[in-house]
Write a protein that binds this ligand. Structure first.
Ligand code: FAD
Length: 318
């Protein structure tokens, strides 16, 4: 299959891609396929599939005491990537994270991906477990996304953790990473965050996908600062059409991003979610048009596995 960087390098126009979430545990894959299907006519170049680490839930036992259980609510990232590639003949990009993985777990996951013919990964640190205040890596796990990139690059060079392996097979992963036009929330300032982003690129990341943003000015400023700091790989804008009234506050809180006044005021005036969705689509189309005009390599949409807004946007643009 084709690497994301080759899709970009082989195209003279802005490409279309989107991100989906694995279904909640216990659900089949059919609903997800039904959401992806209507987007196929717009020729997406690749589909990202998120990874969701374990979280702790508390279950009441018969004796009334609470039992803490670790659960993965959305397992199946690798299987879904393989299923998408098989069904739609399109590249799937699994997200891989440091959190919850020892280096050996990561190595084994990368071996599975390699066997499946998946040559793309988006390498991330991942967030802290929901009930914990800060991110804690596994013992003998990777701490930062840059450490994870180092491990993938080593495997691309045929270096496995066990150096006794005879004739090790080199993998061939194209590595993407996350970037934050409004700064990662833990970074003390943009300068420090960009230093860490540059580290990821210097370690071998071939492109960057941004956190969602609703004001293109933030993306253009970020692009400029990246270039001034010697970060020269393609920077793919990530866009999320607002679909409900509540998202104005929720997205801002969860993703540490600003919602421009014009957008929050327009959503506030909406009588219901159907109206909010229309405002969200219009806003995303305007953002997309400008980004396209100014030569964004790909427009990458956070679909949250719901395709109707993304379809309306794609109809207007691709
Ligand atoms: P890093 O690049 O490791 O950075 C994390 C923080 O540490 C930053 O503040 C950085 O400045 C700092 N830092 C980096 N290196 C160093 C160093 N050497 N020393 C000191 N500080 C350092 N999360 C998921 O769980 N699953 C997903 O599928 C997922 N997909 C995502 C897709 C995109 C496009 C984006 C933008 C985010 C995604 N996330 C996902 C969220 C992501 O995991 C979190 O934002 C996480 O908090 C940071 O991940 P990172 O890879 O950017 O981390």
């Amino acid at each position: 299959m084709t690497k994301v960087i080759d899709h970009i390098n082989n195209s003279s126009k802005t490409l279309f891609s989107f991100e989906i979430l694995p279904p909640v545990k216990g659900q089949g894959i059919q609903d997800l396929f039904s959401e992806i299907e209507p987007l196929m006519e717009f020729n997406p170049s690749f589909i990202d599939v998120t990874y969701h680490r374990e979280e702790y839930v508390y279950k009441k036992k018969a004796d009334g005491l609470l039992e803490r259980k670790s659960v993965k609510k959305r397992p199946g990232t690798v299987g879904i990537c393989a299923a998408i590639m098989n069904r739609f003949k399109i590249d799937a990009v699994p997200h891989i994270v440091c959190g919850g993985f020892t280096k050996e777990d990561t190595e084994n996951a990368l071996i599975d991906l390699n066997f499946l013919g998946i040559d793309n990964v988006l390498a991330l640190r991942g967030d802290a477990i929901k009930t914990e205040p800060t991110f804690v890596p596994e013992r003998d796990g990777n701490h930062y996304a840059s450490d994870l990139i180092k491990q993938v690059v080593q495997m691309n060079n045929g270096l496995y953790l066990d150096d006794d392996i005879e004739n090790p097979h080199p993998t061939n992963f194209c590595i993407g990473v996350a970037g934050y036009p409004e700064k990662h929330f833990e970074a003390p300032n943009m300068t420090t965050d960009l230093k860490h982003l540059k580290m990821k690129v210097d370690m071998g990341a071939e492109y960057i996908v941004t956190q969602m943003f609703f004001d293109n000015k933030k993306y253009f400023e970020f692009l400029e600062r990246c270039r001034a700091n010697g970060i020269n790989v393609p920077i793919i804008p990530g866009l999320k059409p607002i679909t409900t009234k509540k998202q104005v506050t929720n997205l801002s809180r969860v993703f540490h991003i600003d919602i421009p006044e014009g957008l929050s005021e327009a959503i506030e005036k909406c009588k219901n979610n159907a109206e909010a969705k229309e405002v969200g689509i219009k806003w995303a189309i305007e953002q997309s048009k400008e980004l396209m005009q100014k030569g964004a390599p790909v427009l990458h949409y956070y679909s949250m596995s719901r395709s109707s807004s993304i379809r309306a946007i794609a109809e207007a643009l691709f």
